[in-house]
Design a protein around this ligand. Structure first.
Ligand SMILES: Nc1nc2c(ncn2[C@@H]2O[C@H](COP(=O)(O)OP(=O)(O)OP(=O)(O)O)[C@@H](O)[C@H]2O)c(=O)[nH]1
Length: 330
């Protein structure tokens, strides 16, 4: 339709609209991103600055709607994309504030421009909007999949951290307890009942006092390594806290568990530290086979602890068995 066919208001609008359209096109595409970037860079509080940028972004996008005569398809698609984008940020309810700002700026600017709404979408506009919808949907799926894989990896890393004692590399106490509870529950199901080894470094306090805490830490690492090397695959070895370590030997029987305990004791006694050549490390071990005397895991650990106590009080650097007169190995 030529200018002659339009009312004075429409002519004014068309002239304004095309002028504003060019101004906004250039501004939003080439100027605004740089302003937003500089704003964030120069701001002390970048998180707040980014929030302001995103909010302003919605206002600018709202200005586009009257310039498009509120054409239904882009007037729905563009605010929807803009709002969804804001909901993926760390700012709570920014999507809502942005949506309100976008609609407010669209209505305000529309009334200033006297933009007459046209509730129709031309084929050209539909064709131009389709790539936007396609790529946005594709990009969001891609972004979601990437985010999921990052979160999965991070969760796995956090879980590993929670499970592992950083100093010794063995299971951390809480994780070891979880595993031990499971083993205790099925202790009487399998043929050979599991054995518990409680290992404590002898006179560790005096190692710390004489050689310093760094050497003490090194001893913890080395004892952790020894325990790890001596147990079989599937045995549950953990650090109980301080200089105390704990192992559950499953499906082995008393004799084999005792051999493992002796190997650990022997290898600890043979430890040599480059940083403290004169240091002689030894460890005492209490060993308890699970039995129906134990009402729970705690009772089982207490029996191993009592055996450890005896090992300490009968000269240290030895394996002591829990009280059980039926055992042949005492
Ligand atoms: N360097 C170091 N010291 C620790 C760590 N955790 C606990 N300790 C210290 O280890 C010492 C533990 O001493 P105890 O087990 O009570 O006693 P002990 O000297 O080993 O004597 P016995 O067990 O009777 O042979 C305490 O002084 C703790 O401060 C650690 O991660 N690093």
């Amino acid at each position: 339709m030529g200018l002659a066919g339009l009312s004075a208001g429409s002519v004014l609008y068309e002239l304004h609209a095309s002028l504003w359209a060019w101004i906004f096109l250039l501004f939003t595409a080439f100027v605004w991103p740089h302003i937003a970037y500089l704003h964030s860079r120069s701001s002390q509080d970048t998180v707040a600055a980014e929030k302001q940028n995103l909010f302003l972004d919605s206002i600018f996008i709202g200005l586009w709607l009257p310039l498009m005569h509120f054409s239904p398809l882009p007037s729905v698609v563009i605010p929807m994309i803009t709002t969804l984008d804001k909901s993926y940020t760390v700012y709570p309810r920014l999507w809502l504030h942005s949506l309100l700002a976008l609609l407010g700026s669209a209505l305000l600017f529309g009334s200033v421009l006297m933009a007459p709404p046209k509730f129709e979408t031309s084929t050209l506009v539909v064709l131009c909007t389709i790539p936007l919808m396609f790529f946005y949907t594709w990009f969001n799926s891609y972004r979601g999949a990437r985010l999921l894989s990052v979160v999965t990896r991070q969760n796995w890393a956090f879980d590993q951290q929670r499970r592992t004692d950083p100093q010794s590399g063995l299971s951390a106490r809480a994780h070891w307890m979880e595993c031990a509870e499971e083993i205790f529950k099925r202790a009487f199901v399998s043929g050979k009942p599991p054995c518990l080894l409680l290992i404590d470094v002898d006179r560790f306090k005096s190692i710390n006092d004489t050689y310093g805490h760094t050497v003490g830490d090194e001893v913890i690492c080395e004892v952790g390594r020894v325990v790890h090397e001596c147990v079989r695959q599937g045995d549950i070895a953990g650090r109980f806290g301080g200089d105390e370590f704990v192992v559950i030997v499953e499906h082995a029987g008393y004799e084999e568990a005792y051999d493992i305990a002796e190997r650990i004791r022997n290898d600890i006694a043979n430890l040599r530290l480059i940083s403290a050549e004169t240091l002689q490390v030894t460890g005492s071990i209490g060993l308890a086979l699970v039995s129906d005397r134990h009402a729970n895991l705690r009772a089982w650990i207490e029996e191993a602890d009592a055996a450890l106590y005896r090992a300490k009080h009968t000269g240290r650097n030895r394996v002591s068995l829990a009280n059980d007169e039926n055992r042949s190995l005492t």
